[in-house]
Ligand binder design. Structure first.
Ligand code: FE
Ligand code: ZN
Ligand code: FE
Length: 168
């Protein structure tokens, strides 16, 4: 199987199932990647924000499982090549040769790329769920979307107030 396997969709509903499987994989990839990022981060508020979002991500996985249930589907991961790539870039940065201060800047960059990608995916999936009249699924996806937005805003705050100035 290549990087992008073929997606078969005959309806908008099929596309929604695809997005759910893709997001389910993406959230698991993030859960696998976060411990290393938390360990590598130096600035306490950054460590804490990442740890809080890790716990939040466990809840997001549960919400996706509820979405599958409402679609009468078993939860299933379908490889999210986008998130895989974003995480691979982050890992490259974390292995990089730089001061701890610069590394915190790099970790925030990687984490915000993850959030932005998630915001994009959840926004699309929510819109499709709404179009299909799947209000409960749309609401669950919206809850995840809101959490990603808040995580992203907090990272911007930590970067601009503390981490970026310390790296100068
Ligand atoms: Fe997430
Ligand atoms: Zn994806
Ligand atoms: Fe997130």
């Amino acid at each position: 199987m290549g990087l992008f396997s073929t997606v078969e969709a005959k309806s908008l509903e099929d596309l929604l199932s695809h997005h759910l499987k893709d997001l389910y994989d993406a959230e698991h990839l993030i859960l696998e990647a976060l411990p290393k990022m938390i360990e590598t981060a130096q600035y306490p508020a950054l460590k804490e924000a990442l740890e809080n979002h890790r716990v939040e991500t466990e809840g997001q996985v549960k919400r996706l499982e509820e979405c599958f249930e409402r679609m009468d589907m078993e939860p299933e991961r379908e490889s999210c090549a986008g998130m895989k790539g974003i995480i691979a870039e982050g890992e490259k940065m974390m292995k990089g040769d730089m001061t701890p201060e610069l590394k915190d800047v790099a970790i925030i960059e990687a984490a915000q790329k993850v959030e932005h990608y998630e915001i994009s995916c959840y926004g699309t999936a929510r819109a499709i769920a709404m179009e299909l009249g799947q209000a409960e699924i749309a609401d669950l996806l919206n809850q995840n979307l809101q959490e990603e937005g808040k995580a992203d805003q907090l990272l911007t705050e930590i970067a601009t107030k503390d981490v970026n100035p310390s790296a100068k």
